[in-house]
Design a protein around this ligand. Structure first.
Ligand code: IPE
Ligand code: IPE
Ligand code: MG
Length: 264
């Protein structure tokens, strides 16, 4: 399907990843890509390995996809790493997941600096273990002046919790007489969600076959293009990302209106 799509664009045979990258670069690259990185556990199970082996392998995919997004000129890459519901998992698995930011950020930091990548986070920092907080804060601070790709981790993040927090902050403003209820509009709400300074995602990818949002970016995904794949996150690679983008490039984003020849 992917090669067929790219061939349709060029009428030639696409063979290497570099050729595919060059081809998608000829068209509009999504500014903000959000990914629900799912399937680490199933990847491990298929190999008779413990679930944490899948998470470890998934971390390698994060590096690979960050590099590729950076090379493609993506502006923001938001990765769903831990949801507010993931605390329900066994303690040992949660503990392993909470160590991953340290492992990932410590070893990847020199390259992040070299590539001018800025680390950001959405989610609730305060209830993360202190060592996880420390690693995130250190990387965010070290990369704060970088102006390239924003690598935004959704960590201890839930879309509903985010909306509730926005409502609380708006209500506080109303209570203090700084805001009238009738003045609350979408732009106002947008100011209080955790992505207020970022563009909305253009493309959402979910790996591993589930076709749901699992409480991810409920406010921000209103007009995002969705792309699902059965591939487990540890097996997701540059070719998959380029395929998702090439499908995105064929989509007609109407935002409720009409486009081009449809208006005739
Ligand atoms: C995604 O993989 C990683 C996190 C949710 C932290 P899963 O751990 O959900 O893997 P599956 O869905 O059980 O295969
Ligand atoms: C969503 O995956 C959360 C992350 C990828 C971090 P889950 O594996 O937690 O989602 P459900 O439970 O299948 O909906
Ligand atoms: Mg899962």
């Amino acid at each position: 399907m992917f090669k067929k799509l790219l061939r349709k664009k060029t009428n030639s045979k696409v063979t290497t990843i570099n050729e595919s990258v060059d081809l998608v670069k000829e068209d509009k690259i999504p500014s903000h890509i959000a990914i629900i990185m799912d399937g680490n556990g199933r990847w491990a199970k298929k190999r008779a390995l413990p679930r944490i082996a899948g998470h470890h392998e998934g971390m390698k995919t994060v590096r690979k996809i960050t590099r590729c997004a950076c090379d493609l000129g993506v502006k923001v890459l938001t990765l769903y790493a831990f949801s507010t519901e993931n605390w329900k998992r066994p303690k040992s698995e949660v503990e392993f997941l909470m160590r991953l930011p340290e492992q990932f950020l410590n070893s990847f930091l020199p390259e992040l600096m070299e590539r001018n990548i800025r680390i950001e986070m959405i989610g609730v920092m305060e209830t993360l273990p202190s060592h996880t907080q420390k690693a995130l804060k250190y990387a965010m601070n070290a990369t704060k002046d970088n102006t390239g790709l924003v690598l935004n981790f959704a960590m201890n993040y839930g879309g509903r919790a985010e909306i509730v927090m926005a409502i609380q902050q708006l209500m506080k403003q109303v209570e203090e007489g700084e805001l009238a209820i009738d003045d609350i509009d979408e732009a106002c709400v947008n100011q209080y969600v955790m992505t207020s300074h970022l563009p909305e995602p253009d493309l959402l990818i979910r790996t591993s076959g589930e076709v749901r949002l699992s409480n991810f970016m409920l406010w921000q995904l209103a007009y995002t293009e969705l792309w699902f794949t059965d591939i487990h996150w540890p097996d997701f690679d540059e070719q998959c990302l380029v395929e998702a983008i090439s499908v995105y490039q064929t989509r007609n984003r109407r935002y409720g209106g009409l486009k081009g020849e449809e208006t005739n």
